[in-house]
Design a binder for this molecule. Structure first.
Ligand SMILES: C[S@@+](CC[C@H](N)C(=O)[O-])C[C@H]1O[C@@H](n2cnc3c(N)ncnc32)[C@H](O)[C@@H]1O
Length: 277
């Protein structure tokens, strides 16, 4: 493979990661997708490999892998910094390959790492695919919700975790018809077993593929990332006058009809939006 055929895709990847650098300073940079971060790591790796390879090859010297790992970490950090990635991504890029090197030095079977990785994917699938991690609402949130939900409403918990909201809500408000949808395998299974003998309709599926049309109330506790798209979906599919309630994360550029929840706790705050006519 020629030097050029390695460098051209590398250059393209670097340019792709650098596109956000042109954004004006007062404009928030949209959080980049995971694929962009992976491209950035590959770009740094190719850059360092193509720089150090002639050095080791010409001198027929043994590779110093620690030095190479540190160089890749530094290059990845630099690209992340120049392309103004969020600070936690800069840190991840700095440490990723050096930690990979350190992990390979440990006398531990790589199968343990593979097992831990698979377990994390099974629990936190939403974090990798849509930047929506798993954290739970509980009985306190369900108490606030009981005051907001209309009598005999059909209500959906969008990204329902392990059912820790629906479970107390179904006991406090037996008049409601409750549905939960989840697509991370282990939380879904846990919820399935937990809610087996209840009236809660517990479903497996992707929240983006699930129609919101049949619900008078949709509750969600997701992350800032999907809120604008979710509002669009809700306005498209839900009946005018029905409610979208978001815990902790407001919808950008939409005015909540009411705020609910404890005033001193931003994470427990409920933003209540009414679907316009
Ligand atoms: C912050 S948790 C909230 C759990 C629950 N609603 C609660 O309040 O306790 C968000 C949940 O959404 C799930 N999720 C993320 N993306 C999803 C998707 N595309 N389809 C269905 N569920 C998703 C995650 O797996 C996670 O369990």
């Amino acid at each position: 493979m020629s030097h050029e055929s390695i460098l051209l895709p590398l250059l393209r990847l670097s340019c792709q990661t650098l596109t956000t650098a042109a954004a004006p300073p007062d404009m928030p940079i949209p959080l980049p997708p995971l694929s962009r971060q992976i491209a950035l790591q590959f770009a740094a790796t190719f850059l360092i490999f193509s720089a150090v390879w002639p050095f080791y090859y010409l001198r027929a010297a043994e590779w110093n892998w620690l030095a190479v790992a540190l160089l890749i970490g530094a290059a990845a950090f630099l690209i992340a910094r120049l392309s103004r990635q969020p600070w936690w991504w800069q840190l991840i890029h700095l440490l990723f390959v050096p930690l990979l090197w350190a992990g390979l030095q440990m006398p531990v079977s790589p199968l343990w790492f593979l097992g831990a990785f698979i377990l994390l994917c099974l629990v936190f699938r939403g974090a990798a695919s849509g930047r929506i991690p798993l954290y739970l609402s509980g009985a306190a949130t369900s108490l606030w919700l009981t005051r907001l939900l209309p009598h005999q409403a059909r209500a959906l918990d969008l990204g329902a975790g392990i059912g820790s909201l629906l479970w107390p809500l179904s006991r406090q408000r037996p008049d409601l018809h409750l549905v939960g949808i989840e697509n991370a395998p282990l939380p879904w299974l846990f919820g399935k077993l937990r809610l087996k003998n209840t009236r809660i309709d517990w479903r497996w599926g992707d929240l983006w593929a699930h129609s919101l049309a049949p619900y008078q109330v949709v509750y969600c506790f997701l992350s800032p990332a999907p809120m604008a798209a979710l509002w669009e979906k809700a306005c498209r599919e839900m009946q005018p006058g029905s409610l979208l309630i978001s815990k902790a994360f407001p919808i950008p550029d939409a005015l909540p009809e009411t705020l609910s929840g404890p005033e001193d706790d931003m994470v427990a705050r409920l933003y209540v939006y009414r679907i316009p006519g």
